[in-house]
Structures are given as C-alpha cells and as structure tokens.
Ligand binder design. Structure first.
Ligand code: NAG
Ligand code: NAG
Ligand code: NAG
Ligand code: NAG
Length: 364
C-alpha cells in the first residue's frame, strides 16, 4: 500500500508538469456542460447518428456544396441565443438581410433529417442536436476530421429578432479585434477564432461581400492576381451575384489550405485576411498552414466548445415536431407582437419566391 501510494505522488507531479509545459498549440478538450452527454440517445434513438449520416451521404453525393451550408447553420445557431435550433424557426435569424441569409436548401435538409429520425424513434431528438450532428458530418464527409458531439440539446421557443441576430454575428468586414469581441462574448478565445475560421475551407462568398475590398480602391493587402480574378467575377462596385470559393486551393475539401490562402493574401473576407495581419493571430495561422493535424485537432475542440454555447437541457425548451415552427408558440408579452408581425410578413412574402443563399457573408 505504502509503496503504491508513494509512487502516485511523483506521477501526479510529473503529469501536472506536463500540463504546464503543454505546447501552445496542443488542443485542450473542452468540458461537457451539465445535461449533455456523449450517449444521450443510446436507448431512445440509438440509430440517430447513422440515420443522419446515411442521408447526408446521399445528399452530398449529389451536391457536396451543401456541406458548407449545414456547417454554417450550426455556427449561426450557436452564436445567436445559443445552440437551440432557433435559427431554423420561420421568422427567425434566417430572415436576416440577404447579405446574412442562410441557404434555404440547408433548412430543407434539416427538416428531411428530422422527419427520418422521428419516423424511426418518435419525437425524441431535438432539431438543435440534428443541426449539431449534421454540421459534424458535413466536416467529416468533406474530408475533415471525425469527431463526436455531446448531445441532449433542447429546442428554444423564442423567435430571434433581426436586431439580435445582427448584434451577435461577427461581420465579414470586421478586423480581428472586432471579430474577437464577438467570440469573447461567447467565451470563445483567440485560438477558437482562428481554428473556427478554418471552417471557411469549404463554402463560397458572394460579390456583395467582396466588392468593398475591390472598389473604389483595392485592398492593398490583397494579392494582385487574385484581386484581378475577383474583379472579373465582380466587375462593378454594385455587383452582388457572382460567387467565389472561400478556399481557393481546395474549395470543397475540409483541409488546412485556408491558412495557406491567408499567407498568400488570397482570402475573400477582410475578417479572414486580418487573421494573418494581426500579430496575435498570425503565429497561429502560420502553424495551421504547415501543421494540418494541429488545425484539425483544435477545430474539433473549438467546435465542441462552440456547440455547447447557452444550450437548453433537461426540462428546458422542447423537442420540435417540425424544425421550422414551435410546437406551441408561447405568446411572450414583450416579443409576442413582434412574432406575429414577422409571421405575417413571412407568410405574405413566402409564396414561391426563393431567397437565394448568399454564401458565407457573415464572418461565420
Ligand atoms: C446588410 O445589408 C443591409 C442593406 O441591404 C445593410 O443595411 C447592412 O448593414 C448589411 N449588413 C452587413 C452585416 O453587411
Ligand atoms: C478594428 O476595427 C475597429 C472598428 O472599425 C477599429 O476601431 C479598430 O481601430 C480596428 N483595429 C485595428 C487594430 O485595426
Ligand atoms: C451597377 O453599376 C453599373 C456601372 O456603373 C451600371 O451600369 C448598372 O446599372 C448598375 N446596376 C445596378 C443594379 O445598379
Ligand atoms: C413545417 O412547417 C412549415 C412552416 O409552417 C411548413 O411549411 C411545412 O410544411 C411543415 N413541415 C411538415 C413536414 O409538416
């Protein structure tokens, strides 16, 4: 006994020294918040992850660009009022101005997944969890890392106002200090910012988000030939339509080339490019550009962390029967009238006219 306990102490000392001397870029696994678990649906819906995966494999076989849209929905969901699926509600964040709008097709995919999962298991899996699983699979099925997501989120019952959306989503034209402010407000740090920005290894941006770096004068930081290509795509200061990959080198593959783009000054958004200008984030960009594993490990850790922002668990929230609408819309005195107004506006404007997606126009 005595000898075994005395050998424990040096071991503990040794491992705490190891912790202290961990290299700067070692990804730390975030803690799991109370109410979420790795095995949440083990008995109530053991196949949920397989159902989602199989359906997404089908979807991506036809169109791999849907992966970026699904990843982006999860970012938006988590940044605005926490990962509670409110991004999916008709009349919520998705109705933000066109420059922030999310892909309609991604919402359709989430609702299809919801229908399949509920058909197999009943109404036990939240839309917020389906979004988190779909984002994870979008990463992996695009060639990125495999990772597990803690589950057990509940769906929120509040429609999110446009104003709240704009106050929470980092703008694509912001510099690192500005964007970092949005991250620290969610308890995400500088490393999370650089790693999660790497999600721009897939997806596209539209001219509306690019032209202010081209006209009236070209952003001097942007590499010249790259700027010329963008000008061909977006010939006028008022160009909006054209789209361009966020990662020039491997547009649909989840890898570390996004950081190589930054070092070559070939990135679309100012919020991305500034990560290589800002002296605090530059070394992290340089590290990820040469060490893909360091990036992927940190991306996973940061995604798990982000995926737990202000989640509803246990008896909070609900499990929506339809991801687009609340089960029993609660009429809150302070937001009820606003909800009704938005609902009316949406139903009036939603007959047939598709809102085109606008790429990754918010920084995330
Ligand atoms: C989005 O566009 C609207 C006008 O269409 C503008 O008022 C708003 O500032 C823009 N927001 C961002 C984040 O670019
Ligand atoms: C970042 O942008 C903000 C808002 O435009 C500005 O006040 C600040 O000076 C900028 N910081 C740097 C380092 O450029
Ligand atoms: C955009 O600008 C071009 C050139 O100045 C002009 O010809 C065109 O009419 C403008 N388009 C819109 C939609 O304003
Ligand atoms: C979900 O709700 C939306 C919005 O009310 C509706 O258009 C859609 O048909 C519903 N989906 C299902 C499967 O009921």
């Amino acid at each position: 006994m005595a000898s075994s306990s005395s050998s424990v102490l040096p071991l503990l000392l040794f491992s705490s020294l190891l912790l202290l001397s961990l290299p700067l870029f070692e990804a730390q696994q975030p803690p799991i918040v109370r109410g979420l678990s790795w095995t949440f649906y083990r008995s109530s819906c053991p196949n949920v992850e397989k159902i989602v995966r199989d359906h997404l494999k089908d979807v991506f076989r036809r169109d791999i660009t849907q992966a970026a849209g699904l990843l982006r929905i999860h970012f938006h969901d988590c940044f605005v009022r926490g990962c509670d699926g409110s991004v999916l509600l008709d009349g919520s964040e998705q109705e933000a101005p066109p420059n922030l709008s999310l892909r309609k097709e991604a919402f359709r995919i989430i609702n299809d997944l919801r229908a399949k999962v509920h058909q197999a298991c009943g109404r036990v899996v939240s839309c917020a969890d389906i979004v988190a699983i779909a984002a994870r699979d979008s990463v992996e099925l695009s060639g990125g890392p495999k990772y597990r997501v803690p589950l057990g989120r509940k769906d929120g019952q509040h429609i999110v106002t446009l104003d709240e959306t704009l106050r929470n989503l980092p703008p694509f034209f912001g510099n690192t200090s500005t964007v970092l402010g949005f991250f620290t407000a969610k308890n995400l740090d500088l490393t999370d910012l650089v790693a999660l920005s790497g999600g721009h290894t897939i997806g596209v941006g539209h001219c509306s988000a690019i032209v202010d770096r081209l006209y009236p004068i070209q952003d001097p930081i942007m590499e010249r030939n790259y700027a010329d290509r963008l000008k061909t795509l977006c010939p006028f200061p008022n160009s909006t339509e054209g789209s361009f990959p966020l990662d020039l080198r491997s547009p649909n593959r989840f890898d570390n080339k996004y950081y190589v783009d930054l070092m070559n000054r070939q990135s679309l958004f100012r919020s991305d490019q500034d990560l290589y200008t800002d002296t605090r984030t530059k070394p992290i960009v340089e590290k990820y550009a040469v060490d893909e594993k360091a990036f992927l490990d940190q991306f996973v850790a940061s995604m798990v962390k982000m995926g737990q922002i202000s989640v509803l668990t246990g008896g909070e929230g609900e499990i929506r029967a339809n991801c687009s609408v609340r089960n029993n819309p609660v009429r809150m005195p302070e937001d009820g009238d606003h909800d009704e107004l938005i609902r009316t506006l949406v139903s009036e404007s939603s007959d047939g006219d598709e809102i085109e997606e606008d790429g990754m126009s918010a920084a995330f």
